[in-house]
Design a protein. Structure first.
Length: 290
């Protein structure tokens, strides 16, 4: 009878120990999550702060807490401990199996560490991948990078894949962005007048910034460059260089300047040509003669 009571006591003690360990694990991760959110909200007031390192450190600590807690709980279960010890006898085979099974996962973690260290992109950067995937980096965790596109959809890419991709980062080192304002005018329109209108519209826009150096200003370099870039089949193609402080402002700048240039051209008699075709019908009488 005493043996049964002892056995029941040991099983109850083991159950309580495992539950306490798991409970402590959950409490610690909850406290870490609260501390991280509080710290991140305090840093959010300063827009210049880069949250990439802190966010990646949070995910690393979270993974460490779960691995430690669950591993310690398993180790306190004698039957599982015995299985673990017996498996050590074939450690070489086990290492090979684990290596193949976790190769991709470890590759994502290592790539994530490299991304955080060398920073080809950071959280809140606007990037383009494969010329089709565009968006803002929303998060970088141990496994993947989350990108929010401009339709508010999430693009989830494993770190090992995005780490080997060629990408365009609009915020790397410098946030300023240049937009090409391309407009075609008819061959009969006044080129000089059209260039003047485009330069004025870009220069007068509130989102346009002056990127000239003091030396350029002394030399009289114009704030906005407008040049003829092509003589097309039906149009003379002009291009103005418009600079904005960051990509969002650059997008608005481009849209509004295109609209204002079109209105100014209409008022000033500058023609923007569009494709036209002349169709001639063959005469039936001439068909018979042929």
């Amino acid at each position: 009878m005493s043996d049964i009571i002892t056995q029941l006591y040991d099983e109850a003690t083991l159950t309580v120990t495992v539950i306490v360990i798991l409970f402590i694990t959950i409490v610690v991760q909850y406290l870490l999550k609260r501390a991280f959110k509080r710290f991140e909200s305090s840093r959010a007031r300063n827009e210049m702060e880069d949250p990439t390192n802190v966010r990646f450190l949070y995910y690393s600590l979270l993974a460490l807490i779960y691995i430690t807690g669950i591993g310690f709980a398993i180790w306190n279960i004698p039957s599982l401990r015995h299985i673990a010890q017996s498996m050590l006898a074939s450690a070489g085979i086990l290492a090979i199996v684990i290596g193949f099974a976790s190769q991709q996962a470890l590759g994502n973690i290592v790539s994530g560490v490299f991304i955080v260290m060398f920073k080809p992109y950071r959280i809140n950067d606007r990037i383009t991948i494969k010329d089709t995937l565009r968006g803002v980096v929303e998060d970088i965790n141990l496994r993947h990078t989350i990108i929010r596109n401009f339709e508010n959809q999430r693009i989830i890419i494993p770190n090992s894949i995005i780490g080997n991709e060629i990408l365009i980062n609009s915020n790397y080192i410098d946030d300023k962005l240049c937009k090409f304002i391309n407009v075609g005018i008819s061959y009969g329109s006044d080129i000089d007048k059209a260039k003047m209108i485009m330069a004025e519209e870009v220069e007068n826009h509130p989102l346009n910034i002056d990127v000239r150096s003091e030396e350029d200003i002394e030399k009289g370099v114009p704030r906005v460059m407008v040049r003829v870039v092509m003589l097309g089949e039906s149009s003379v193609n002009l291009r103005a260089w418009a600079w904005a402080a960051d990509p969002p402002n650059a997008f608005v700048l481009e849209c509004e300047i295109l609209e204002s240039v079109k209105k100014r051209f209409d008022n000033e008699g500058i023609v923007i040509p569009f494709p036209q075709r002349t169709i001639s019908y063959l005469n039936k009488s001439s068909e018979k003669e042929l």
